[in-house]
Design a protein around this ligand. Sequence first.
Ligand code: ATP
Length: 639
Amino acid sequence: MIEGLRGRLGPALTDRLALLRALRAVRPGLLVPLTVARLAGALAPAALALAMATLIDRLLTADSDDLLAVALLPLVAFGLVILVERVLDGLCAPWEFLATHRIDGAQRTDIARRAVAAATVDVLERPRVRELLRLARADQRSWVERTPGAGALAQLNLCVRAVGALASCAIIARYAWWLALLVLAAALAHRAVQRRRTLRHMAMQRTGTSEGLRADHWLRMATEETGGKEVRTFGLAEWAIARSQHHQLAMCAPRWAVERSDNLALWRVAAVIGPVVVAGFALVARDTADGHHPVALLTAVLTASWALLGALDPYDSFDIEGGLLGLRAHRELLAELSGRPAGAPAAAPAPAPSAGPVPEPAPGPVPGPPDGTPARVGRPPLVCFERVGFAYPGAPGRPVLDGLDLEIRPGELLAVVGLNGAGKSTLIKLLAGLYRPTSGRITVDGEPLDPVRWRRRLSVVFQDFVRYPLSVADNVALGRATAPADRAALETAAARAGLDRVLERLPAGWDTPLARGRTGGVDLSGGQWQQVALARALYAVGAGADLLVLDEPTAHLDVRTEFAVFARLAAQRGRAGVVLISHRLATVRQADRIVFLEGGRVVESGTHDGLLAAGGRYAELFAVQADHFAGTASAGADR
Ligand SMILES: Nc1ncnc2c1ncn2[C@@H]1O[C@H](COP(=O)(O)OP(=O)(O)OP(=O)(O)O)[C@@H](O)[C@H]1O
């Protein structure tokens, strides 16, 4: 039994100490006054008990003529304690807010750094890692979830209140030590039952989270703009609300049974301990009535007992248990990200920098590559895929690439085409070193691809490129965030991407924030955003990247803009290699070489004319598109 207890207490103690260690992220100038203030507040109830006892004692023993004179001092002390306790409480609130955010911020920063330190993104696809990331980042999804910062502060407060509880115990022990132990036992039993209740609530909330999320999803459909459009068009409002209510009920149903059993447990504890404590108080009262003890002692014992019960009140359990959840997730996440065995001690998060107003950081320049390797090596690279096979971590049995051989020659404009799901975007992700091949290898100029070094030579527009809620200039300059923004280079990149015409219509030109929520901000159309992403990639090329990779870069552009942009992109070849994925075969016909992807490998390769003459899969697809455009054109002419 002792072993079992030790087995449970050991990890519990380690967890609590870890919460206290998280306080290291708070600078001493904030932590020390906060602890002192909270300690003074925790001792206030015991001080009040003493002041009250002194007051009663003086009132009972003084002459009736000078009652006010003798009562004045304890009365003033009583008032002062209440006043100071209130003032300190008011002071602590903003300090605790700051301290909580420092701890949470330090943990979030640590997680972000470690997540980005992984060269490939496959680890972020593991469902467990995604869940751990959410928990450790303290993205609260429900009211029972708490951040590690809140947990650490609650643990600090609990330690401080334990000191207050000891002071109250000392006052009660002036009557009898056994009564102090009895009241302490009652307080601890109440705390234990409530803590168990908290844990069950949290577990229930976690299992009910999926229902809660579904409920929230259907409700948001009705209240948010994107869903709101369809809800109105298709008359889905009542349907969405009914679904939301269904999931809300499913989430809450198990709660009533648990509430009932928890309340029963509370009453059982009250039934066992309550009478014993009351009997103890009755003994003190009898001794006082018999004249064995002064009335002041009875007053002190009763007030200190009340203070002791309050000091160990379990209202901090949610914060502590919720905070621990985030800390444990952080520990497990670090193990997952580093490949260290779970449970091995994790390094504490780096302390956050000192406080002060924090200006919004400009996107550039940020620190450059640690080894100082220049991005440009003087000539575009030769990249070779050698019998590359690849399956996503979530679908290991379904290879997307299967023995793919491909050469990207220095400075050429290579187009990759294929049907939906052929693996074109996957090929780009491997080329960018975001995933490693499951078989075969990729080489750059004869050397195995080293993702971190290679990416300095690469500029990519992904199909799902990021729309940064920043100004146009910042959005484009992020193509090379390690150097100060160069206005002339920005203008050149914008002109090549056709963004210059968009800029003319923006209210503040380059400085227009691309976020509707910001003052003077605008949102762009899909095609205009694509031009911003293209300009960003071209800005990177201007700054030295020597392979430009474009995954459907012109899919949202109108035909005329697309043609003009493509002509300017084609002009980049030679200075840098260009790999282009596009479904519009009329666009890719100007490429130096076209490869057709099917079944996870390259099945055709050649120039547009060569592939048409070969009469294979490319020629077939081109004929279908040509027929379609011819049909559309003649339909237009008939109208
Ligand atoms: N993260 C992922 N996890 C598992 N499977 C994925 C993932 N991303 C893509 N796939 C699968 O890999 C296959 C190839 O997808 P990919 O996006 O590379 O095709 P694509 O040729 O670019 O298609 P499209 O022309 O429609 O953009 C598809 O079957 C897709 O479902």
